[in-house]
Every structure is written in structure tokens, then in C-alpha cells.
Design a protein around this ligand. Structure first.
Ligand SMILES: [Zn+2]
Length: 496
């Protein structure tokens, strides 16, 4: 097969860079409430040459010869190719989600508002009714489309030369099998701790033991507002600024970081980061509301922002914008989880009972990591050479085993991350746990107040995503990336 010559690969890099910049800019404008329409199609059309089957095959051949950088471009091309084939269905799903409504107790409610309503509903019977309404709308209107997306993905994968989606991602260098083994171990090792911690949390927040908990009680569990007053909206930005200042970073003085705090009617209520140019123009968009979730979201997005803003401009596009996403998610988690840290809460917020909050937050983290571990193991099966029909029951079985709460089979395709992104989150949690231990050993439990710690972070951020999370960690700490570290970190806080 013909290989793309070096000059061709160079041109591909430049075009890919412009393509991603255009997508991120459109994303920013729409979700910041500056542009009503969300017009991705013209951008995809303009750059359609980058994601043809022919382009993917040429990139595959280059990847064999040139190694990791070209392999990242190959993955980018393939994800675009699969995306093109499934986009119409995905847009239809989004349209239906925005327009479908259910009538519960004589009240009409939009599909996307059902989940938040469940969280805010104190009455269990009504929570159950709302859940049933969501399940039947999903079954009736959305699932046939999810099935078509899954089938299109399977056949596109074969055209790209791999027997399964799972096999394709292993060729991209994803350590799927090793991570699968770590997930199995993590689920077994944390089961007792999970049952004890979640039982206590359910009793305290929802007034029922874990054994009686149903899936419609989960959003309620996480909506508990007893900590809201400790996390006021007006203190979010000052706390972020002083945290970064402690690390030697002056947020207001970063010319390439654009803080969008203006309030607009259609602006996303949730913080997000849009790295339009890396490192030249990184948007951090917020509309501060307050409460722990909102604080977590802001600090998470600030982690992405600082990572991209410090990435070296000299790196090629595959190291600035592509590469191992466990790296940028790991930096995001490092800042996000500061919000649960008693040493941080005492310094940056006037906070009562920080240890109690930290213990509850760790129980919540354990729920999410177990959920992701089970979901990832399920995805490994789903994306292997299995029949789609058998997977609905598998999904329910896997999730129930991990969570001890019955989930609905209706979500067996909706609850799946494209491109094994779940593996990036899991590895990011492990990265955060090990890096935090290192920072605490090196700089003390208040490491976030030390400029030397900030200098180290800046050095590591500059590397972008050229090294994998495993390589970065080994470079700094000598440790191996292991999910077991997350169990240790959570266990310490829950017991404290
Ligand atoms: Zn993230």
C-alpha cells in the first residue's frame, strides 16, 4: 500500500489543526450563548477530505512506519470517518431529546428535564413515575437510532481493517486488556467498602438503606443540598484565582486564557473549556451558581484550561490536541478533587466540618469509579465480536453487580462513551491519585500553596499529550499507573 509522503503528512497536520480549531470555536460560540445555531455540518463538509476511507488507509500505512505521532493522526481520521457515518442519527437523537415530552401526573415535562426533576423530587413515588416516563420515551423513540449507530460503527470498523472496534482501539495503542484486569480487581477489592459507605450515605441523605435503593433514588442521593451553603457562587472565581496564585500562576495575567464570566440567557449553566488554539487561545467559560457540583465543574475545567494554556507551541498537532486523553483528564481531576481536600477547604474557604464533607465526597467518587469500571468492562464486551441482542441483559448484570442497584436495560447503548473515552477517565483517576500522593510527599499536604509545586506542574503541562499518562507518571514519580491507587486514596478519606 502507498504511504503518505512526509509533505502530505505535514499538510494533513495543518488541516487537522484548523479543523479542530473551527469545531471548538463553534462549540464555544454556541454554548457561551453568543450564537443561536450550532452549525457543525458546514465545518465537517469543509474538511471532509481529512476523514475519507482513503485518507484513513494512507494514515494507517504512515502509522506503521512513523510510530505514535502518525498513529494519533490515523485515530483522528478514523474517528472522523465513523463520526461522518453516524452523525445524522446522532443529530436526530439530539433533536428528539430536545423536543420529546412526557406527561407525569397531568404535568408535561421535557425529556432532558426528567433527570434533574428526579434529583429535585423529594417524593419517591413521583421519582419512580418520572423514571418510568424517561425509560419508555427512550425505548419508543431513541433506541432504534442507537441500534443503527451501533451497527454503522461495526461495519465502518471492518472497512477500516479491524475485526472489531475493540481491536481497532488496541491498534491505536489503548491498553484495554490491562485496564480491564485492573477494573475487575478494583471492583472485587472495593466491594465491601462500597456497600458500607453507600449504605451510610443513602440512610443519611435519602432515609433508606442501600438494599432498598432504586435507580431513581440515585440522582436524589447526589443532589443532597446540605453542603450548598459551604460553596457559594460568588466565592468560586476568587477561590480559583487564589489557588492558582498559590502555584505561581496569575489567572488574570494569562494572555492566552480568556475568562468568559458574562451572564447570557442561553449560556450553558455548566462550566466548560474550549481550547480553540492550543496554546494560543483557551476559553474558560463559567456562569457561577454555587454548590459542590458547580465548584467541581469549574475546577475540573480550569485544570483542562491550564494544561492547554501551558502546552508548548512547538509541539506538533498530535501532541497538542490529540494523544492520550487520560493526561488532560488527569490534570482536570487534580484540580477538581482539590475541592474535596480538607487542607484546601480550610485555606480557601471558611468551611465547617471539612473531614465529613471529604468522606462523603469520597463515597460519591467510589460510586462513580465503580460505575465507570463496570461500564468499561461492559464496553469491552459490547465492542468485541458479540451480537448486539445479548448485550442489553449483560449491561444490566454488569452494572447491578458493581452498584448493587438495578439499572434499566434501556440505556445499554445510550450509556456508552464513544472511542473508549471511559478508559481515559479511569486512567485519569489513577493518575490523579498517584500524582497527588507524590505532591503531598514532596511538598506537604498543602502542596497547592507551594510555588515549586506550580513550577513542576507547568513543566509537565508544557509536554502537552506527547507522553502518555503512564509515561508522565513514571517520569515524575517512578510509579506505575494502577487503578488500585484510587482504592487506597478513597479508603484513607472514608476511614479518616
Ligand atoms: Zn474533562
Amino acid at each position: 500500500m502507498a504511504t503518505a509522503p512526509v509533505a502530505e503528512l505535514e499538510a494533513y497536520r495543518d488541516e487537522a489543526d484548523r479543523f479542530i480549531a473551527a469545531l471548538d470555536e463553534e462549540y464555544y460560540l454556541h454554548f457561551a450563548g453568543l450564537k443561536e445555531d450550532f452549525e457543525l455540518s458546514p465545518i465537517y463538509e469543509r474538511f471532509s477530505d481529512l476523514t475519507t476511507l482513503d485518507a484513513c488507509r494512507r494514515l494507517a500505512a504512515s502509522a506503521e512506519i512513523e510510530g505514535r505521532g502518525a498513529r494519533e493522526l490515523w485515530r483522528f481520521g478514523c474517528e472522523g470517518y465513523v463520526g461522518d457515518l453516524t452523525r445524522a442519527e446522532a443529530e436526530e437523537i439530539a433533536g428528539l431529546e430536545a423536543s420529546l415530552t412526557a406527561t407525569v401526573d397531568g404535568e408535561e415535562i421535557g425529556y432532558r428535564l426528567i433527570r434533574p426533576s428526579i434529583a429535585n423530587e423529594p417524593d419517591r413515588g413521583r421519582r419512580e413515575e418520572l423514571d418510568r416516563a424517561r425509560v419508555s420515551l427512550t425505548e419508543e423513540h431513541l433506541n432504534e437510532r442507537y441500534v443503527r449507530i451501533a451497527q454503522a460503527r461495526k461495519s465502518a470498523t471492518k472497512e477500516l481493517g479491524a475485526p472489531s472496534y475493540r481491536d481497532l482501539y488496541m491498534r491505536f495503542g489503548f491498553p484495554l486488556e490491562e485496564l480491564g484486569r485492573q477494573c475487575e480487581r478494583f471492583l472485587a477489592d472495593t466491594e465491601d467498602m462500597y456497600v458500607r459507605a453507600m449504605d451510610a450515605l443513602f440512610r443519611r441523605r435519602v432515609g433508606i438503606p442501600l438494599e432498598q435503593a432504586k435507580r431513581w433514588d440515585i440522582p436524589r442521593l447526589f443532589r443532597a443540598n446540605e453542603w450548598d451553603t459551604g460553596f457559594p457562587g460568588e466565592k468560586m472565581l476568587p477561590a480559583l484565582e487564589s489557588t492558582l496564585a498559590g502555584l505561581g500562576i496569575e489567572l488574570g495575567g494569562q494572555e492566552n486564557v480568556h475568562l468568559d464570566i458574562e451572564s447570557r440567557p442561553t449560556k450553558s449553566p455548566r462550566a466548560f473549556c474550549a481550547p480553540i488554539e492550543v496554546p494560543g487561545r483557551v476559553m474558560l467559560v463559567i456562569q457561577p451558581i454555587g454548590g459542590p457540583d458547580d465548584w467541581h465543574a469549574l475546577f475540573h475545567e480550569a485544570g483542562h484550561t491550564e494544561h492547554y494554556a501551558h502546552t508548548s507551541a512547538d509541539l506538533p498537532v498530535e501532541s497538542r490536541r490529540l494523544g492520550d486523553n487520560a493526561v488532560t483528564e488527569g490534570w482536570a481531576m487534580l484540580l477538581e478533587l482539590l475541592v474535596n481536600e480538607p487542607a484546601w477547604l480550610e485555606r480557601r474557604l471558611d468551611f465547617a466540618r471539612p473531614e465529613d464533607f471529604a468522606a462523603e465526597a469520597s463515597a460519591g467518587q467510589l460510586y462513580f469509579v465503580r460505575r465507570y469500571a463496570a461500564k468499561f468492562l461492559y464496553e469491552l464486551e459490547l465492542h468485541g465480536e458479540t451480537e448486539l441482542e445479548s448485550m442489553r441483559a449483560r449491561y444490566v448484570e454488569r452494572m447491578q453487580d458493581a452498584l448493587k442497584i438495578e439499572v434499566s436495560g434501556v440505556d445499554f447503548l445510550a450509556d456508552v462513551d464513544a472511542g473508549f473515552y471511559s478508559s481515559s477517565y479511569l486512567r485519569a483517576w489513577a493518575f490523579e491519585s498517584l500524582l497527588r500522593s507524590f505532591l503531598r510527599e514532596e511538598f506537604g499536604s498543602a502542596w497547592f500553596t507551594r510555588r515549586e509545586a506550580g513550577s513542576l506542574l507547568r513543566e509537565l503541562w508544557a509536554e502537552g499529550q506527547r507522553p502518555t499518562a503512564d509515561e508522565l507518571l513514571a517520569e515524575v514519580t517512578g510509579a506505575e499507573l494502577e487503578l488500585g491507587a484510587v482504592a487506597d486514596r478513597i479508603g484513607e478519606t472514608i476511614r479518616a
